[in-house]
Design a protein around this ligand. Structure first.
Ligand SMILES: NC(=O)c1ccc[n+]([C@@H]2O[C@H](COP(=O)([O-])OP(=O)(O)OC[C@H]3O[C@@H](n4cnc5c(N)ncnc54)[C@H](O)[C@@H]3O)[C@@H](O)[C@H]2O)c1
Length: 294
């Protein structure tokens, strides 16, 4: 009873009556997992989608049962699979879709530890297809099926490496640049014709299965934390932002890359990061405290 009361207080029914599709919930750490939970809490009915392998090996089924959300397996690079997701979702949820989350990313080059100046181009194609072109495929499929309601909201998750070089992010940086560009290009076409909104949210480093694949993730996470005046945004924070973007409160926000990073993207140097940096160079001072160069 008390639990239900707490849930009710937390929910503002921002998505009451809305239907959504959430791609990319693999396990409890996944950003998509948190978004799915919050969307249902806010009154939405949803379907979940992930690769057949992820559905078999991951814990997506648990989430589906908990949220009463049907799971439709799909490889997001396969247009026929995507068509099936939209058709089935409309049938199961009882009408056109109001919001879609693309929370998908994978780089075989990163997985195989290929450096940026030694990329395997077959793998690069896969990185771009899975992490960026799948977004285009998703939107084009939805548009052809006329599957999204007016002022529907489509969101994909990005990272600041799309715009500024970040060590270790490798070819995922190129994929994210393309992802953000697709949001603008398709945002124009879909907005003009059907008032459908398309945005990317550029999220702080977050400890998840995909995030942990990035070389030096722990240090990157720590650096971003020290640089951001209000700290890194967590997966739960990201879920809250996605809910606002799916809601009717943001009907005129489209074609944007929205930074959700505790202020990181506007910082040059923070006191906390500087303090940490100074500690790091202490060992290069001589006994009189003078910095030793070289
Ligand atoms: N974790 C971070 O630090 C961080 C920061 C900014 C942005 N992001 C982005 O957030 C999104 C979600 O990642 P996450 O951190 O929650 O990790 P995650 O590993 O939980 O999610 C990635 C998902 O992509 C799915 N996927 C991979 N290939 C697919 C395919 N061919 N078809 C369909 N699904 C496929 C995986 O099964 C998985 O569910 C990604 O786009 C990621 O780049 C993550």
């Amino acid at each position: 009873m008390q639990f239900i009361l707490i849930l009710k207080i937390m929910s503002n029914n921002l998505l009451a009556g809305k239907r959504g599709i959430i791609f990319g919930a693999l396990n409890e750490m996944s950003i998509a997992w948190k978004v799915a939970e919050r969307a249902v809490e806010e009154g939405a009915k949803i379907t979940l989608s992930n690769t057949p392998l992820a559905v078999r090996m991951g814990t997506t089924n648990e989430l589906g049962e908990k949220l009463n959300a049907p799971i439709i397996a799909a490889d997001a690079t396969n247009v026929e699979d995507l068509k099936n997701v939209f058709e089935q979702s409309m049938e199961l949820l009882g009408g056109k879709i109001d919001f879609v989350l693309h929370s998908i990313g994978m780089s075989p080059n990163v997985r195989k530890k290929r450096t940026y100046d030694d990329l395997d181009y077959g793998m690069l194609n896969t990185t771009l297809d899975v992490s960026a072109i799948s977004f285009h495929k998703m939107i084009q499929t939805a548009k052809k099926l006329d599957a999204i309601n007016e002022y529907g909201s489509i969101v994909a998750l990005s990272y600041i490496a799309a715009q500024r070089t970040m060590v270790g992010y490798n070819d995922m940086a190129d994929a994210k640049s393309l992802l953000e560009s697709i949001a603008r290009s398709f945002g124009y076409v879909y907005g003009r014709e059907k008032s459908v909104r398309i945005n990317t949210i550029s999220q702080s480093p977050t400890i998840t299965t995909a995030g942990s694949g990035v070389k030096g993730m722990d240090n990157l996470y720590d650096f971003a934390e020290r640089m951001s005046p209000v700290g890194n945004a967590t997966a739960d924070d990201c879920a809250n932002y996605c809910i606002v973007m799916f809601s009717d409160l943001t009907r005129k926000v489209t074609m944007q890359n929205l930074f959700h990073d505790g202020g990181f993207s506007s910082m040059g140097m923070s006191y906390r990061a500087m303090e940490q940096y100074i500690k790091g160079i202490d060992e290069y001072r001589d006994e009189d405290g003078n910095i030793v160069y070289g």
